[in-house]
Ligand binder design. Structure first.
Ligand code: SF4
Length: 63
């Protein structure tokens, strides 16, 4: 599973980064950058938590 971000929706408050800091990092642009390699080795439950808890619905899980 991997995760995509809609940078137009992301407001950069970093809830996802708090859930899986190896995968998500709020960049200088004010939206999150996703490390695909880290995502591939991350617990799927953590990725789903990040997707489901994003208040802006900016994250999407790709099966
Ligand atoms: S939780 Fe959602 S809105 Fe917040 S930084 Fe992550 S992707 Fe962006």
């Amino acid at each position: 599973m991997r995760v995509e971000v809609d940078s137009d929706r992301c407001v950069g408050h970093g809830l996802c980064e708090a859930t899986a800091p190896d995968v998500f990092e709020v960049g200088d642009g004010g939206y999150v950058i996703i490390d695909d390699e880290a995502a591939s080795s991350c617990a799927e439950s953590d990725l789903r938590t990040a997707v489901n808890n994003c208040p802006s619905a900016a994250l999407r899980a790709i099966e």
